[in-house]
Ligand binder design. Structure first.
Ligand code: MRU
Length: 362
């Protein structure tokens, strides 16, 4: 993947350049916060690799990237007949679906893209390609709008002067817009509420330390970085009045998969009587799963734990367990903030009422 030159103002997390023969550009998040560089994805393999390596990450951003990845993936089939074009499209979608398993936005976006072709069997490939690009751009635009709406709905949950703890990165870098959890913080700050954010560093890949603090510093919002192991004590000291995180997949009963460590934070919040909020768009709900036990949890390579800080921090060949996500049971979640409104209390009925009505044709 060719590299672009470093820019001063941060570029968008990801954006498409050109028409149906265009390219996807995205910030290489593995280089943040030291360097803010964009990379060009010219092939579907580039996009798969960028998702797998977390150059682009965060559930909504993964979905948007995959949609554009599919547009790239059918470029070589432009001159094929419709049958071969469709075969290529489904092959590419199946391939992209193997990039990461937990964030349901990936599969949700790919399903939307497949439906574009399946719903117009008589159109020539050239017309389908235009529609696929249009659908990817719609997914991106809707994601931006969902972030803004989540911010509007969630801001009321935060009060002036509060300490707010967040885990991982659910900000603009994780979406096409302002983020989910961080959108709530940005919106509350824009209303004049003075917040003190505590960002867990989020071992092993440090999305909190590298990405969340980067975003908050840019926005001028007070942020204090803590090691994951400090969250309980910071709560005990009375510094935190609310916890807010994003989500990678929410089951029909509200059980929520998010970055590993989120479950521990939720338990700590409960022990200290602090509300634990999840902020996520409707594209993060998987109503086909009745509970969180069925959510697939991504297992990642051992070297992220043993060599995660750029140097070896554990003996060679030590056994490592590295699940990338955990599941917080719904009973520990005070509310889920969506673009449609706030789900509270968190249970199957409330979720069905707010989110069920916009499936499956959204
Ligand atoms: O492994 P990552 O960095 O993709 O994990 C991201 C998270 O867990 C986020 O909290 C989640 O995707 C929500 S992003 C709005």
């Amino acid at each position: 993947m060719p590299m672009a030159s470093r820019t001063n103002a941060p570029p968008p997390t990801l954006h498409w350049v050109g028409g149906v023969d265009g390219r996807l550009w995205l910030i290489d998040q593995t280089r943040l916060p030291v360097e803010c560089r964009e990379i060009e994805c010219a092939t579907v393999e580039d996009v798969w690799d960028a998702i797998r390596r977390l150059r682009v990450r965060g559930a909504p951003a993964i979905g948007v990237a995959a949609a554009y990845g599919l547009v790239l993936g059918v470029q070589p089939a432009a001159a094929d007949d419709r049958g071969r074009f469709d075969a290529r499209l489904h092959e590419v979608a199946d391939y992209l679906a193997t990039s990461r398993p937990t964030a349901v936005n990936l599969f949700w976006a790919l399903d939307r893209m497949r439906r574009v072709a399946d719903g117009a069997p008589n159109l020539p490939p050239a017309a389908i390609r235009e529609r696929l690009l249009g659908e990817a751009q719609t997914i991106e635009r809707e994601d931006r709008e969902m972030c803004a709406a989540i911010g509007r709905h969630g801001a009321a949950l935060l009060a002036d002067g509060q300490g707010v703890l967040t885990h991982c990165n659910a900000g603009g870098l994780a979406t096409a817009g302002d983020g989910t959890a961080l959108a709530v913080i940005f919106a509350a700050a824009a209303q004049g509420k003075r917040l003190q954010v505590y960002a867990d560093e989020t071992r092993p890949l440090l999305q909190g330390a590298r990405l969340t603090t980067w975003e908050l510093v840019q926005r001028g919002i007070p942020v204090t970085l803590i090691c994951d192991s400090m969250a309980g004590w910071v709560m005990r000291e009375g510094r935190v009045q609310a916890v807010i995180t994003g989500a990678d997949r929410i089951a029909a009963n509200g059980d929520t998969a998010n970055k590993i460590g989120t479950y521990s934070v939720a338990l700590l919040a409960r022990a200290h009587g602090i509300p634990f909020y999840v902020a996520a768009p409707s594209s993060t709900f998987d109503l086909s799963l009745s509970s969180g036990t069925a959510i697939p949890i991504e297992q990642r390579p051992a070297d992220e734990v043993t060599h995660g800080l750029g140097r070896q921090t554990a003996p060679e060949n030590v056994d490592v367990y590295n699940p990338a996500f955990d599941v917080t049971p719904a009973e520990h979640i005070a509310a889920i903030i969506t673009e449609r409104g706030v789900i509270r209390p968190v249970n199957s009925e409330a979720i069905e009422t707010l989110v069920g009505s916009i499936r499956p044709d959204d």
